[in-house]
Design a binder for this molecule. Sequence first.
Ligand SMILES: [Mg+2]
Length: 281
Amino acid sequence: MPETASSQAKMSDAGLSARAALLAEPDRALVCSDFDGVLSPIVPDPDTAFASEPAVHALQRLGTRVGKVAVITGRVARKAVELGGLAGREGLGAMSVLGLYGAERWDAATGEFVEPEPPEGVAAAREELPGLLQGLGLGAARVEDKRLSLGVHTRELDDPAAALARLTGPLTELAGRYGLRVEPGRNVVELRAPGRDKGDALRDLIAECDPAVVVFAGDDLGDVAAFEVVRELRASGRIEGLLVCSGSQEQDALVALADVVVDGPAGVADLFARLADDLGA
Ligand SMILES: [Mg+2]
């Protein structure tokens, strides 16, 4: 991992240009963030991954100035809203949360959740999963039921990396039988219906908001698709883009793609707060 200094993180020229464009025309900016590992610290029990208050506060301040603030997450939208305490927050009245890689959505403006029915394959895999984990001697792995997907977490096991390696083959086989796809992450493998990724979700949001500047903060493999969309649209001159990597010891896939690497959720909160300072928010 490169050095990550939350207060003095180096920013690429493209990132600096996007930052200047955001400050010049904030109402044409779309600020997006992943949830876990970016707004909230990674913790053993994903049900208790509450957002860091400084990160949400910084988003609230940005929300009073920029065109749109959104969370794009692999989580169920309802859970992200709950763990983020995102409902009824000053400054976040126009926020959207795109859950399950954009399959679900919550809008602060209406308070409504859009939550489609889960595909049949997920129910079948849910049935088989406990037996499969027992058979591998990994019955203690935590299964996170995300309604449209299933996450198997190894963080709490003795050797998370070895457990993950042992799981990946059998889970890929299970996913294949039920038409699901495997999504790897930080000490987690997820089974979900094929289709949307965060890149698709972000592309839709950009089409909807027509921003001149897009900020995206992520930390994990699932964010790569969104980073690539920003890089593609930036290269074509369609938008300015600022890509923020919430750095960790566990995953460095985004480092080479990012304009700035900060030190986890605290670093993200700092960076957003400095943007808000510069906007006079
Ligand atoms: Mg994440």
